[in-house]
Design a binder for this molecule. Sequence first.
Ligand code: SF4
Length: 334
Amino acid sequence: MAEKKHLLEVNHLKTSFFTDSGEVKAVNDVSYYVDEQEIVAVVGESGCGKSVTQMSVMQLIQSPPGKILGGEAILEGQDILKFRPGSKEMRAVRGEKIAMIFQEPMTSLNPVITVGKQLTEVIRTHKKVSKKEAWEMGINALASVGIPEPEARMKNYPFEMSGGMRQRVMIAVAVACNARLIVADEPTTALDVTTQAQVMELLLDVVDKMKTSLIVVTHNLGLVTRYADRIYVMYAGRIIESGTTEELMTKPCHPYTIGLLNAVPKLDADEHAHLMTIEGAPPNLADLPDSCAFAPRCPYANEACKNLPHPELRPAGGHGHFTACHLEVRREES
Ligand code: SF4
């Protein structure tokens, strides 16, 4: 079988924020890839660097205080981190090649401009079409994401729409631009449970129909195991485990991943079942230890863990399965 091509390959990415409290190492030597038509999840607690990683690749980090200190992001053979953030090339990457969907669509939508105007502007930035053609394409894009009365909706301002509708508009932007990769950062967290499921279903449907790739950034490991092909788990600015979803679900190796899995409610659990949580809080990224950053919360930590340098990722058995832990830890079946 022919090897799938990496659509995006990120190597040794490092991003820090220089603050009054010191250098906050938000992304600390992170490498990952996404193949064509693949769904990849980046999972971790809030503040673990998962969003900053994606924002760095898109060159959307505010500088100062943020700075990309190193690494490369190869998209279709080109290192897009070599482009200046405001350059024509980088603008072409954003939208045309990679579309980003944020937790709160108002981050991307301008509240004082109608949805139609914003949609047609984005389309015309990336495609050589007239205003009229772009307007028609905008209507079609809204219709394709299930927005009723798309002609009328084009004249709405974003604040006149619900959160779920606004998120549909963001997905419509990705559809209209024919993006090769969609990066969805906690796309459903701000929505109510029913709308969450609808928006996620729509996103997966669009990804399937457009044959695009998808990176989902989330704190919810339980949710992504239903549709992701592969998962990267991040902790304190680093990837600490990666592998296929099946491998991570059945043979997780890193104590943090095991902790996240134990915290996922089971469908067949009885209502009095006790959900395990990971004790403690993530470390201060401005004051990271040289040793394993998870040690203060790790039930398996021993003296060596506290004295040895932070563990590097090493193969953990299955194809593409890597873990950054000094010990051979296995999850006990619960
Ligand atoms: Fe826990 Fe030690 Fe592994 Fe770190 S290296 S995750 S402290 S067992």
